[in-house]
Design a protein around this ligand. Structure first.
Ligand SMILES: Cc1cc2nc3c(=O)[nH]c(=O)nc-3n(C[C@H](O)[C@H](O)[C@H](O)COP(=O)(O)O)c2cc1C
Length: 447
């Protein structure tokens, strides 16, 4: 028993579209059928998780002009899935990833307020900008928003949504800005949480600032203890400028867990999972995203290409959430890493694409998770299982009790709403958030 007392929070990421899920596993189920969503949400609720999380991609990914189908393609509508889950769960939060670039505040605020009512105060919105022109074509708005303005629109979008949520039904909400021109009554009463919980996922300096000024939770990729503590410090120190305290914004890295009966067993299972997640053709496709050229002639079990990335052409992969800003730098870095450790293409891809993993016996993993929270590298974790939908069963059965025994995890939901369960302060009205808005934001799209 330790004397640690900072509490661990947990959330469940429905893995769906990506290569995290091992679709060849005989236990792998559908990523579309409702029973899959229900299974994962109920398992997480049995383990007193804060929320169930859905990512979103608005356009089918393409690679070299074809639908990318090395894992799975397509997914159902986020808000419809979460609304259905509200009917089969009681306590767990329901978080959906929804774009501020390709939605309108009135409509999205209305749907999120409805979800909050349907679920009794459990709605959460993962705000993403993802302003790529490829996705925009779905909305006849390809490339309409400058990359530099993605967070200006997002900030304005959230501000207006919060004004809608605060509004009395008789009140006309008027808002005229470079992005929106609205003057209307909001048809849904104020949500049970006041405002649904707002998550932010985006890693740039602007993204962090935006989170400090507008979000309740950050979903991050920074999962190592060292990176995690640096990220945590960086984001938390930004809060004071917005009149906020350290605990007003929670940090949740996305991580994977691999359990075994012994350390060696767990490590062997982790290695096997990585091999299954990164197939030979998958490794080549991964490399092609950076090289910007066809690499099918290369042996995945051989060395990295010596040919330089093609930096002139348009990206050959479209619709994926990945920003490779300087392919040559990335390629050089990967080549030296491969040389240093004697890695093949596939081994290199396993190395650079793996999420932070907690690997070990259930006791060891509980200890590692707690350590992250005690060291202030995270407030909680979004667990990304490698099998859909049963990938968290073992975690909930074996690791949750260990965390409870250590005194760092709850044995019941402490509140009714997601906001309460996360330990967030009561919602702050739009007018209060607005006091801290930057008024000097340059809006290049419309100037
Ligand atoms: C951990 C994480 C998860 C994300 N998940 C999604 C997603 O499911 N759908 C999406 O459209 N964008 C997603 N994004 C993309 C971001 O919202 C954002 O648009 C992109 O990272 C650009 O923001 P940035 O420049 O601040 O990094 C994710 C980003 C991060 C860091």
């Amino acid at each position: 028993m330790t004397q640690h007392n900072r509490q661990v929070h947990l959330a469940a990421h429905f893995p769906g579209v990506n290569n995290t899920t091992i679709w060849s596993d005989p236990d792998s189920g559908s990523h579309i059928e409702f029973s899959s969503f229900e299974h994962l949400a109920r398992t997480a609720e049995r383990g007193f998780f804060d929320f169930f999380f859905l990512a979103e991609g608005l356009r089918l990914r393409e690679h070299k002009g074809k639908i990318f189908d090395l894992d799975v393609a397509g997914r159902p509508n986020t808000l419809a899935v979460l609304s259905a889950l509200a009917g089969v769960t009681d306590n767990i939060g329901l978080a959906g990833t929804l774009s501020t670039t390709y939605n309108e505040p009135f409509e999205l605020a209305r749907q999120l307020a409805t979800l909050d009512h349907l679920s009794g105060g459990r709605a959460a919105w993962n705000v993403v900008t993802s302003p790529d022109a490829f996705t925009g074509e779905n909305f006849r708005r390809g490339g309409y928003l400058e990359y530099a303005d993605r967070y200006h629109r997002a900030e304005d979008f959230i501000h207006l949504s919060r004004r809608f949520w605060d509004a009395d039904p008789s009140e006309i909400v008027e808002h005229i800005s470079p992005f929106f021109e609205v003057g209307t009554r909001f048809p849904v009463p104020t949500p049970p949480q006041g405002h649904p919980v707002v998550l932010q996922a985006g890693d740039s300096d602007q993204g962090r600032e935006f989170a400090a000024g507008s979000a309740d939770v950050i979903f991050t990729r920074h999962g190592s203890l060292e990176e995690g503590t640096a990220f945590y410090r960086d984001v938390k120190r930004r809060l004071a400028a917005y009149g906020r305290g350290e605990d007003d914004l929670k940090i949740f890295p996305g991580v994977t867990v691999v359990l075994g009966d012994s350390e060696a067993d767990a490590r062997e299972r982790a290695a096997e999972i990585h091999r299954q997640q990164v197939s030979g053709p998958g490794a080549i496709a991964f490399l092609e995203q950076v090289w910007g050229r066809d690499l099918t002639g290369y042996d995945p079990d051989g060395p990295l290409p010596t040919v330089e990335p093609d930096t002139d052409g348009a990206s050959i992969t479209r619709g994926r959430v990945r920003h490779v800003r300087d392919p040559r730098v990335v390629a050089d870095h990967w080549r030296s890493l491969a040389q240093e450790r004697n890695l093949s293409i596939r081994e290199l891809v396993i190395e650079v694409s793996a999420r932070t993993s907690f690997v070990g016996t259930h006791g060891a993993v509980a200890g590692q998770l707690s350590e992250f929270v005690q060291q202030r590298a995270a407030d909680g974790f979004i667990l990304v299982p490698s099998v859909t939908p049963g990938g968290l069963d073992e975690f909930v059965e074996r690791v949750v009790p260990e965390l409870q025994d250590r005194g760092v995890y709850r044995s019941d939901y402490p509140g009714i709403t997601l906001r309460e369960n996360l330990g967030l302060p009561p919602h702050r009205p739009a007018a209060q958030w607005a006091r801290y808005r930057h008024t000097d934001s340059k809006v290049s799209a419309l100037s």
